[in-house]
Design a protein around this ligand. Structure first.
Ligand SMILES: Nc1nc2c(ncn2[C@@H]2O[C@H](COP(=O)(O)OP(=O)(O)OP(=O)(O)O)[C@@H](O)[C@H]2O)c(=O)[nH]1
Ligand SMILES: [Mg+2]
Length: 238
């Protein structure tokens, strides 16, 4: 059998094929956003109902959600389809809403497979700035922007029917607030490291439906166990 040397055309072609394949894999990985994160994050202003939702999803009960969280809760949640059949499980993290405890959000977003922004649809107006700030942090996070991490805007406390704002009102309010925030931040500059382009070009009013990360909006009641919108969202992750 003839010996193959590095200079032989067969070896050089084989090497070329290997290098080209590796390059192709690297480019595909880069453009598909790299690996998906491993946890679904529950974020949002204080009192929105994150911890209540966390226990509802994890244990089927409302838990002790009356105390402001001082630290994260983490657990596995069984995901069920519309026929109530278990289709998998996801790791869920409930983060404290208090601004002083929110500094870890940056870190957690690096490993998020999805984000649920829980807002109180009764107390929306006093909390809209904080809610939009959270959404801003999430959407302009470089990893979220690169991976197009899905986001669910969960309008909670829908059981308080006469006081709760409609899903559409919640969406429009957050959209408007985020638009204002984007304008201010663009004008101020100094947002080094943030993927501001994830919020569009700034030449027309911001629309949640047109952003890079897919954003859905749903009405829930964590307390009453009406969390089908969240389950449907989680089912897309498994
Ligand atoms: N009516 C109603 N009340 C709810 C619902 N979900 C949560 N709550 C109440 O809202 C309050 C705050 O709930 P939490 O789950 O502690 O809120 P949180 O977002 O975890 O708050 P922080 O930990 O401070 O960020 C509690 O009194 C809950 O009982 C809901 O769907 N309906
Ligand atoms: Mg909490």
């Amino acid at each position: 059998m003839a010996e193959l040397s590095l200079n032989s055309p067969e070896v050089q072609i084989a090497l070329l094929v290997v290098v080209a394949t590796l390059l192709l894999i690297a480019v595909l990985t880069l453009f598909s956003g790299g690996k998906r994160g491993s946890a679904v994050l529950l974020v949002g202003p204080c009192n929105g109902g994150k911890t209540t939702l966390f226990y509802r999803l994890k244990e089927g009960s409302a838990g002790l959600g009356t105390v402001a969280s001082m630290q994260e809760n983490e657990g596995m949640v069984q995901v069920r389809n519309d026929k109530d059949r278990v289709v998998g499980s996801v790791r869920v993290m409930d983060l404290p809403g208090h601004p002083r405890l929110r500094s870890k959000l940056e870190q957690y977003l690096k490993d998020a497979s999805a984000v649920v922004l829980v807002i109180d649809s009764v107390e929306l107006t006093p909390n809209k700035t904080e809610a939009a700030e959270d959404l801003f942090e999430v959407l302009t996070h470089p990893t979220v922007a690169r991976r197009r991490t899905p986001v669910l805007l969960a309008c909670n406390k829908a059981d308080l029917e006469t006081q709760a704002h409609s899903v559409d009102f919640c969406r429009r309010t957050i959209e408007k607030q985020l638009d204002t925030m984007r304008k201010t931040r663009l004008a101020l500059g100094g947002e080094a490291g943030r993927a501001l382009s994830a919020l569009g070009k700034g030449d027309k009013p911001l629309q949640l439906a047109a952003l890079r990360s897919p954003i859905s909006v749903g009405e829930i009641s964590a307390e009453k166990g009406e969390v089908a919108e969240v389950m449907r969202f989680l089912a897309k992750m498994v």
